[in-house]
Design a protein around this ligand. Sequence first.
Ligand code: B12
Length: 304
Amino acid sequence: MTEMPEEIVTVSDAAEMLGVSVSSVKRWVDGGVLPAVKTSGGHRRLRVSDIMSLARSGVTGGLNIDFFRKRRVSPLPMPEPAAVYSELLNLVKERKPEELALGLDRARQAGLELHTMGDEVIFPLMDEVGKLWHEKMLDVADEHLATRAIHNTLARWKESALQASPKTGRLAVGACPQGDYSGLGNFLVELSLLERGWKVLNLGPNTPMDSLAMVAREQHADLVWLTCTFVESEDSFVTDLKGLHQKLMSHGTALFLGGRALQGPLRRKLTFDWQGDTLAQLDRALADRFPATRETENRETSKA
Ligand code: B12
């Protein structure tokens, strides 16, 4: 993405950039909150830099990421994931969850992809939070506040993904296995699919594999994914997984596995169609195994 050049835009462009109604923009202009000039014909025109300042001031709900994605420009200079990580870690240490959420939004608005946010910002951030908690440098309250702030941010990104993405007509059903109560990794997988235009049913934590297979069969899912952060009993996990894979194969549904519990000797006993450790790998696997159909491509081109 390139940086947005200094530009003058109409009220409706400004409304789209901010994800608000045209009347809200007019109200801010008329109330002096947002500077504007009037053309000789009496139409309001706004500077992009003034719109950015208003978005950053917190008066609005931020910038509408999809507006910038569609135009393939970044509203802010692209930040380094490592710098975002350090900034956000300080906010966790300072116990400022709301600013943590804003920091995540800012990094995405500046153009960091979802997989970069997950693999290079949120994953190392929570890894460090876990270590500091273990060393008693942070309280469990700080881990809870950070997890909730990230979860709430992902929920907002989900809303915008649901409204924005062209739909592929494909369905994915996913969950964490029984006894696994983790949340963020699984939510990030759901979002990765939604942002690629998939329809998603995420059954969430602690889901028996039989229930996952039942929903996948009933809904004719193209893909089932399992996010495994904690495996209670390796033996029953391996047996249940084999059963799940067999059922899915008989219906032509692919099984994708991921999550940090699938390491070491356990990994060699697993049955699956694809297994990966990062969201970047997942993105590539989805693109390879489920290429955009002609119908999707046409829709994407006509929207660009
Ligand atoms: C927060 C946390 C918790 C919270 C979870 C809250 C919640 N609702 O999510 C609570 C307090 C509940 C918890 C409990 C436990 N936890 Co805990 N927890 C963590 C912590 C600190 C952060 C986890 C997190 O959110 N990370 C951020 C997300 C985004 O990372 P992620 O899930 O790994 O996902 C990334 C990748 O793995 C990948 N990915 C994930 N899923 C998938 C799926 C696919 C298909 C693909 C391709 C990729 C992919 O993409 C993501 C982005 O890169 C980690 C520390 C750490 N190092 O991660 C420990 C950690 C996960 N916990 C651990 C343990 C041991 C436990 C407990 C067993 C502790 C106990 N003795 O009770 C329990 C288990 C509870 C249970 N039954 O589920 C271990 C897991 C060890 C392992 N499996 O290797 C960790 C790693 C800590 C450690 N170093 O020992 N935990």
